[in-house]
Structures are given as C-alpha cells and as structure tokens.
Design a protein around this ligand. Structure first.
Ligand code: T1G
Length: 702
C-alpha cells in the first residue's frame, strides 16, 4: 500500500480507498498531491482493485491548494503530471467522496474524478478569486462542462460555497447521500456499483458553448465589485477559453492566466487578509486551557437600530433571542424595523420567505428584566450615554443568574467605568457591533481590566458563532477601530479648510477602492451623530482640534441624507449625492474667517493625509498595548470601514509605501501643522530600524 504521512491507500475488498490526512482542512500541502498520485498509480497497477474512492480524513474533503505555499516559489508539477491529469488518465474509475469542504483544488480534484458523491452538509466551490487568483487546476475548464458557462461564471467570479444539494441540482455532484449515512461505506458501495461501467465518464470529454454576450455581460455585472482587480476578469477569460478552445488548449490558457495573477500585488494583499482574519482570533496572552462558555440563551437590551440588528444576528444563526426595551412602543417599533429589514432581503432575493419566518420566530419580545434573568449572555444596546447605561448594568447585575455575561454595545464609553457598577466585573466586556449590526461583520470585543479570560473568549466566540469576525480592542476612547479612524475623520474636514471640496476628496477615496467616499458616508450616517462625538471630545480635551466647517453644517440643520442636505444635496427619494455650491460657499467663508492659506492638492496628498493620520494613531494604539497586532487593525478596517480588501488593510498598505517614507512624511507634516501630526514613538522606532508595521511588537495588552 502506498503510505505517506499525508495520504494512504487502503483496500475495502476490491475497492481502493485513497485517504488524505493533512489537518486541519486537508489543504494540498507538501506531499499531498504526490501521495494521491502514488496511490492512484498503485491502485491502477493492482489487479485486485476494480475502482477507487478519494476521501478526506478529519473534518473535510480537500479545502484547496495550500495558500501558504503561494508566492514562495514552491515547485508545482507541470501540466500532464498533476493529480488532475493522472485522474483523467486513470484506467479505473475514481469516486470523490465529499464531506466538509471541497474547495479550489479540492473541487478540481473531485471534478477530475469520474463520479462525485457528498453528504448533505458538504459545500463545494472555487473561491480562488477571493485570494486574487483563479482556479488553476482545471476548474475553469471542467466546471463549465458540468454546469454550463453562465453558472460557472457566477460561481467562479463570486467564489461562493455551494451546498451539496444545490451542487447536485447544478450537475456537480452525482448523488447526495441521505443524512447520517456513513460516507466511506456509501462511497465504497457506490464505487463497486459503477466499477465496470465503460467508457469512464470524464468531465474533460464533455463540451460547452456559450454566446459571446454572456462573457461581456459578466464583465459588466462584476465591474462594481471587482473595482481595480485583475483576477475576476482573468476568471472570465479562462471560462471563455473553455467554451472556445479544445480542452488541453483551455488548460494551457488557464495556466497562463493563473501565472499572471499568483504574484500580483492584489493576490499578495488578499492572501494577507485571509490569514489576518484567522490570526485575529488568537489571544496570545490568555491561558490556552480556558474555553469560551457555550452560551445558548442570548438577550438584547434595547430595540433600536443597533439592538434590533444584534437580535437579528443571533436569529440569523439559529439562536432564540429575547429582546427588551424601555417601552412597549419601543419594542413594537423595533420589531417593525426587524420585519422590514428581513422583508427587504426577501424582496432582493437574498433570503427565502420561509427562512425569514423561521428567523422572525426566534426573536422574542419581552417586557422586563425578569423575563431575561435566566439568559446566559445579554448585550446592552441602548442610548450611547453612561448615565443611561449604568442603571441598566446595575439592574442586570441584580437580576441575571450567576455566571451570566454582561456585554455592552457601546462604541466608545469606558468599559471599566461600566463594569464598576456591577458586583461581577469579571463577567463584563464590550461587544461593539458596527451598523447595520446584522450586516457588518466586525465585532470589536473591548477588554475591561477586570474581565476574566473566560469572559473575553466567550465574547470573541459569540461573535464568530453569529457570523462576525471578532477582534480584541483595549479599553481606550474609541477603542481601536473608531480611535484609529478619528484622525482620518478630522483630516478630511481640515483639507476643506485648505482648499479641497468634499467631492474631490470622495473621488480620491473611490478611485483608491472604497465603495463610497467618506463625505458621502458621513451624510449616510448623519452629521449630527459625528457632532455629538466632537462635543464630547472637546469637553474632555481642551486641545481638541475643532472642525468649524462640520459644526457649521450641523448648526444649519444639514444632517445629511435624512435632511436631504449635508455635505451634498439630495433629490427627494434619491440617495445620489450632488455637490452643493452652498457647501462650497460655506467652506470658502469659514476658511477665510480662519485665514487658512489655500492650495491645490494632488490625489496622493489627499490620500496620504487621510490614511497616514490613521496609521500614526494605530501605532499609538499598539504602543499603548490596546491591540495585539497591526494586522488586527487591518481586519478592523477591512470589516468596519470598507477598506478595499485587495489592498490588504491600512497597515499592510502603509508597508507597501514603506515605514521610512511614512515616517518622513508625518514628521514633515508635524513641522507644518503641529501636535496633531506628532509621530508616535513606535512609528519612529520602526522607521529607525526599517521594521515593517506587520512585524511591530506591540506593548503587552493593557
Ligand atoms: N491553505 C492553507 N491553510 C488553510 C487553508 C488553505 N487553503 N484553508 C484553511 N487553512 C487554515 C487556516 O489558515 C486556519 O489555520 C485553519 O486552516 C482553519 O481554517 C489550485 C490555486 C476551508 C472554509 O481558498 O475558506 O486551491 O489559523 O479557521 O472557519 O486552483 O479555511 O488554525 O493556523 O478558516 O472551518 C482555494 C480557504 C485555495 C479555501 C474552513 N481554497 N479556506 O473554514 O476554518 S487556492 C480556499 C477556507 C486553490 C487551485 C487553487 C476555510 C474553510 P490556523 P479556518 P473554518
């Protein structure tokens, strides 16, 4: 039997079972492809074996190529000698037996097999575009031959995971096994059943054609999502080759297109983001022998926009959740908003009506604290004022069962102060959701000084269990995401004092890759909200840099979209921002009153004034021990502020410019503008040693 540590061949009677064992997800790491090839050759040479099964040990089939191997110059087998080719050439049939995930190279291997069966919970897909490349193992040639060009284009340019039942309907999976059957036994029986069928059904022998318009329409449909990325368009070109070239020519075309992407900047950045999102879950200074509490009964206090969104997040992931509010009217309004949110998703086709009803049935309105006393996790999401939150935490402390976790959705208030009003500060933490809470993936877990490791891990795990990406933040004003964003929000207005216009700044950020410009985002969020925060900061810090232009708009009642006028003006019922000459006049008038010298700006200077100010603040956060890693800041910017993913994240992007260059520019603006541009100590130290932000050693968590 061919037996390598990562692949082994076993025999179940006359069926050879090839088992991949490369934890945790059976990626095609070193030796895996070679092991599969050896096993196939051994089994084909063994007259007692009539057919084979390819199956994964552990939790999954094959989750794809080993992403860590990209860009390392690792040698790959040439076309004709890869697993896909050996499977194609196999004289005996091979059945792919899928559980967990068959993604990327995993699905490509399965499609090079002759048959594919799966358990109902399995998922298949070609997510390569999400890491800036394309399916390079024949996926762009075989998938269209199984499902047609249109569906293949949708799957490959979206990278989505397709549940096994849908994959069977599409023609990818031959049979979905009944729930609870033993996959290996079923696969062996299936192999025995088809062992003598000839000719072998090879996907490469099928053909696929498509109208030219299909590809042009796809290019148009992805333009908004793809922005400046190459990979989505290369995916389309590869599928087009499947419809216009003989199979082997299509494979060669796919390889050419793949080679243009693997070492591209966007692929490197997207791979970085992929691993940063996994690194963020690691809490290096907490004991490894403490597990998160397996909560089952969440509750939410406050049925406003945030509370409703948080309740939806729990319901979306199968939790029965109780929600309470100060008044029945508040509850009813909140429930109405939740119904409308779900109804919008159903109308858009992104949610089935029966699923909406299942989720709505999981949201239980309750009248008072006694109704939630037996819950094990409660998230407070009421008005952002300490004098409103403290009495609620005192009451929760009184009524909640011992061991219940008390979380607050506050976006900036002092979590130590809030924990101090309870007799269980070790059970208190911040769980800061981003609006809209049922959509945005970022959950900032804020760490008060007395929170226990179990509490912190439970908060982090709670986020992951409701589809969020949880990131740990220290208890500092604005925590990590909003605090690192605050200088950006100031700098963009200060640029107006010096001669910029909102539409000019917004265009620079849209060209950089943001879906919306920051002024348009401000109008969406409401300029009055920002004004509240500025007032609080000005009271707390006499040196706080005021923003008279922004204050003036708020004084005039220009709150943004909700008043049809903010930085932009809006036509009734239309969200399109229109530059407003009245705002330009206000900007000019305030700048004149402030006697600010006017100048022209290049797009680069606008971009760097905004982003470098946040890079500097992120360095202060790291040196104060309020975040674990620079890559955690990146995860927050990707999932909290829509930073373009194909640029990796704020700190990753800054590393692309170089820490010395960033430092020199900030030091120069420090001379020109004073204290607000004073370089952080960590930034200076990194520049002196030319150490990338990604390798910064932050202070221990404080
Ligand atoms: N390569 C290397 N490591 C991987 C990996 C991969 N493909 N997938 C996961 N890991 C690591 C991950 O970093 C984490 O490590 C651990 O496994 C658990 O992952 C030729 C070129 C499979 C859906 O893009 O989508 O095939 O943090 O926390 O939430 O055409 O992992 O524990 O050290 O995400 O259960 C295409 C990527 C590759 C799949 C499981 N395949 N992976 O999610 O666990 S390119 C992908 C995922 C390719 C071919 C092309 C998810 C998952 P650590 P996890 P999970």
């Amino acid at each position: 039997m061919s037996d390598s540590p990562v692949v082994r061949l076993e025999k179940d009677g006359d069926i050879g079972v090839i088992i991949v064992n490369y934890p945790p997800v059976n990626a095609l790491g070193p030796g895996v492809s070679e092991g599969i090839i050896d096993s196939l050759n051994t089994a084909n040479a063994d007259p007692s074996i009539k057919a084979m099964v390819l199956i994964g040990d552990g939790r999954s089939f094959i989750a794809g190529a080993d992403i860590r191997g990209f860009g390392t110059g690792r040698k790959r087998a040439p076309i004709g000698q890869r697993t896909y080719d050996v499977l194609d050439a196999s004289a005996k049939p091979v059945v792919a037996a899928i559980h967990g995930f068959a993604l990327g190279g995993g699905l490509e291997n399965a499609m090079a097999c002759h048959y594919r069966i799966a358990v109902p919970s399995a998922k298949v897909g070609l997510p390569e575009v999400l890491i800036g490349i394309l399916p390079g193992g024949g996926g762009t040639q075989r998938l269209p031959r199984l499902v047609g060009a249109q569906t293949a284009l949708e799957m490959i340019t979206s990278g989505r995971h397709v549940p096994a039942p849908e994959a069977a309907k599409l023609g990818i999976i031959d049979e979905v096994l009944p729930d609870g059957t033993n996959l290996r036994e079923s696969a062996v029986a299936y192999a025995r059943k088809i062992a003598d069928i000839r000719p072998l059904p090879r996907v490469r022998d099928k053909t696929v054609t498509a109208e030219q318009g299909v590809f042009d329409a796809c290019r148009k449909s992805i333009a908004r999502r793809a922005r400046n990325q190459k990979a989505p368009y290369h995916c389309i070109a590869a599928v087009e080759a499947a419809c216009t070239l003989p199979f082997d020519d299509g494979i060669r075309r796919e390889a050419e297109l793949f080679a243009e992407l693997e070492t591209s900047d966007e692929a490197k950045a997207l791979r970085y983001a992929f691993f940063a999102e996994r690194e963020v879950a690691k809490l290096p200074d907490l004991p490894t022998n403490v597990a998160p509490y397996d909560f089952e009964k969440p509750a939410v206090i406050g049925a406003g926009t945030m509370g409703g969104g948080i309740a939806m997040s729990f319901a979306d992931f199968g939790y029965d959740v109780k929600i309470m509010d100060a008044s029945q009217e508040g509850l009813d309004r909140g429930m109405e908003r939740i119904r409308n949110n779900y109804a919008t998703s159903v109308k858009r086709g992104s949610l089935a009506e029966d699923e909406m009803n299942r989720r709505l049935a999981r949201i239980h309105l309750v009248a008072g604290y006694d109704d939630i006393a037996n819950c094990d996790v409660v998230v407070e999401a009421v008005f952002e004022r300490m004098d409103v939150k403290k009495p609620i935490f005192e009451k929760l402390d009184e009524v909640m069962k011992p061991g219940a976790f008390l979380f607050s959705n506050t976006s900036a208030l002092d979590m130590d102060e809030l924990a101090s009003v309870t007799k269980r500060p070790e059970y208190v933490a911040g769980t800061h959701f981003f609006s809209p809470a049922n959509v945005m993936k970022l959950l900032e877990v804020v760490r008060p000084s007395k929170a226990s490791p179990e509490t912190l891990m439970t908060a982090m795990a709670m986020g992951r269990r409701i589809g969020k990406i949880s990131a740990m933040a220290g208890n500092t004003d604005g925590f990590v995401a909003n605090r690192s964003r605050a200088p950006f929000n100031s700098e963009m207005v200060i640029l107006l004092e010096e001669g910029c216009l909102p539409e000019q700044v917004d265009q620079v950020m849209i060209d950089f890759g943001y879906p919306m410009g920051p002024f348009a985002v401000g109008d969406l969020a409401g300029l009055d909200i920002g004004a509240e925060g500025r007032k609080r900061r000005a009271l707390a810090n006499p040196n706080y840099r005021k923003l008279p232009i922004a204050d003036k708009l708020v004084e005039m009642g220009r709150f943004g979209q909700k008043t049809s006028a903010g930085w932009y003006r809006y036509e009734k019922g239309d969200r399109t921002p229109h530059p407003d000459p009245e705002v330009a006049a206000i900007i000019r008038q305030v700048a004149a009153e402030m006697n600010v010298p006017q100048k022209d700006f290049t797009p680069t200077e606008i971009l760097q004034r905004l982003l470098f100010s946040s890079v500097n603040e992120a360095c202060k956060i790291l040196e104060e021990g309020k975040a674990y890693r620079a890559s955690d800041v990146d995860v927050m910017w990707l999932h909290g502020f829509g930073f373009p993913r194909y640029r990796g994240g704020l700190m990753y992007w800054a590393d692309g410019i170089g820490v010395k260059t960033v430092y020199a520019q900030i030091a120069s603006w420090h001379q020109q503008y004073g204290e607000r541009w004073a370089p952080s100590r960590l930034l200076r130290a990194l520049a002196e040693t030319n150490t990338p932000f990604r390798e910064a050693k932050p202070a221990p968590f404080a």
